[in-house]
Design a protein around this ligand. Structure first.
Ligand code: GAR
Length: 201
């Protein structure tokens, strides 16, 4: 059974969706640790409520991003983590960290990458006026939102809608898609060749 750590900075609706999928038996791995860089992240509360070990790592207590990520790696290694799931974790991980967990870190992003990477993906797409938005689950590499794409699903932008309703609809898709990608990883069904990610039997 794969041991999973979820890293989250905020509300944690994706964390919740993952934990619900796990309790329905749709994820064969187990979330054993939730880490946040924000002391008051709702995600930490959600972990606590379910009896999952939670950890707050304060970025201000470290002299550099490298130092922070090395502490992060220590904590993950101590728990023998097989898969790191970024769920609204709003820090760019250092190349050293990504290198030591190569092809073991997943991220979800609320746009059809490579369009609108970075923060505010939904707002960027809305402001651009695209007719098709969506979300992407991908492996994390050294750069921002550029790793091999695992799953992607489109969400049409409705003419009269607001950013809030678009966000709601994109996140509803995220909550369904992320557990599927995580389960594919847990069952060793993901293989990458260069940038292309294949789902194998
Ligand atoms: C999600 O929509 C996720 O795609 C986005 O943050 C939100 C977190 O929501 N991530 C990014 O924008 C990463 N660049 P949650 O805390 O409710 O899961």
């Amino acid at each position: 059974m794969k041991r999973i750590a979820v890293l989250a900075s905020g509300y944690g609706s994706n964390l919740e969706a993952i934990l619900e999928a796990q309790s329905r038996g749709e994820i064969s791995g187990k979330v054993v640790l939730v880490i946040s860089d924000q002391e008051n992240a709702k995600a930490l509360e959600r972990a606590h409520r379910r009896g999952i070990r939670k950890l707050y790592l304060d970025p201000d207590s470290y002299n550099s991003r490298e130092e922070y990520d090395s502490k992060l790696a220590d904590e993950l290694n101590k728990e023998e983590i097989d898969l790191v799931v970024l769920a609204g974790f709003m820090r760019l991980l250092t190349p050293g960290f990504v290198g030591s967990f190569s092809l073991k870190i997943l991220n979800i992003h609320p746009s059809l990458l490579p369009s609108f990477p970075g923060t505010d993906g939904i707002e960027q797409a809305y402001a651009y006026g695209v007719k098709l938005s969506g979300c992407t689950v991908h492996f994390v590499d050294e750069a921002l939102d550029t790793g091999p794409v695992i799953l992607q699903e489109s969400v049409p932008v409705i003419q009269e809608e607001t950013i809030a309703t678009l966000k709601q609809r994109i996140q509803a898709v995220e909550h369904r898609l992320y557990p599927i990608a995580i389960e594919l990883f847990c069952r060793d069904k993901l293989q990458t060749r260069g940038r292309r990610c294949y789902i194998v039997d």
